[in-house]
Write a protein that binds this ligand. Sequence first.
Ligand code: NAD
Ligand code: TDX
Length: 378
Amino acid sequence: MNTYLVTGGAGFIGSNFVKYVLKKHPNTHLVILDNLTYAGNLGTIKDDLTNPKVTFIKGNISNPRVVKEIFEKHPIDFVVNFAAESHVDRSIENPQLFLKTNILGTQNLLDTAKKSWTTGKDESGYPIYRKGVKFLQVSTDEVYGSLGETGYFTETTPLDPRSPYSASKAAADMIVTAYAETYKMPVNITRCSNNYGPYHFPEKLIPLIIKNILEKKKLPVYGDGSNVRDWLYVEDHCKAIDSVLLHGRTGEVYNIGGHNEKKNIDIVKIIITTIKRLMEENPGYKSALKENNDSQQDNLEWITDDYLITFVKDRLGHDHRYAIDPTKITNELGWYPETKFEDGIVKTIRWYLENQDWVEKVTSGNYRKYYRQMYGNR
Ligand code: NAD
Ligand code: TDX
């Protein structure tokens, strides 16, 4: 029975990974470390926490005492590091927090894992590790920078981060590589494109657009909406991470992507049309609409691109296009994105329509203040 330390397991991808692993490998023990920032919510994993194989610890990945105690108490075989400050817009407002969590936090995890896993030294002085252990760093395609109209990121594309967020993630990747080179630590790095799916915090494009439509608010599209992202259904990402962890070649980087490039403006239009269609097909979904307009629930005519979309000031240093070439993970591990975007987006929108209580809970704190600061009173 493997014991995983899953950091950031109360966030979007981490919580989906927890659910995925519990289903796929019911015989594993999961230790979740999360300090429950605005982006982490225990409600997201409440059912998983009733599983006796799951242990939750509220704590900071940067805290040496907390992480050391975890390794002392639990026979950790795998570290899967999801914990991070993850929102580019917030990194533009407060870069330092991103450096502290994403870089120093990662280094603290690496260092504690290294000490705990070391069983001796070889003749050259390199540590020898307990068999079967691995540190997997969950990274992002954003470390490669921004593409023009053509081309793809491969694992050998030079790192060229351009936002404080992506710079912190690139630095984290480099410290992981440094531990692999200097201490021969068994690691993998995965670099994934934009995820979407259930439990995505509504500061990110897709859940924010869904939430705003339900509140009959304007839909803020940065710049002219021509920026391109490569969207991957979150469960496909979890499957890829599981595969790299168990079967990936130690020391390797694997890109994970959906081959599903879309302009932001097209994503917004797809969400508008899909919500309207789902409500017409199933009028029960109209109950997800917020009651800021009495006639809103009967009449869906206002759900149009023209009425809802508003072009707002562009993000500073807005990367133009991301696109992943996933050939390596497909060839070596047989992974491919199983969920077609047309299906994944419908599943995702249905989930939000059916889980408004989750949305209300996670946005009840500082979210409104953040929204006003970012978008004004739109
Ligand atoms: P998220 O913001 O939804 O979740 C992050 C989680 O980490 C939260 O539960 C938060 O409470 C926790 N956390 C933050 N700081 C912490 C700290 N100091 N100590 C302990 N826990 C802490 O993020 P996400 O979208 O789920 O992303 C997870 C990882 O995947 C991140 O490393 C991100 O860089 C990477 N990634 C995300 C995407 C995407 O599209 N969302 C794509 C590629 C890579
Ligand atoms: O209100 C908005 N309007 C808008 O036009 C928001 C929130 C975003 N956008 C644009 C900016 C991006 O081009 O939509 C695109 C997607 O934005 P985000 O959802 O903020 O994601 P992005 O900046 O691409 O980063 C995401 O993917 C890579 C994750 O947040 C990162 O953690 C991950 O590494």
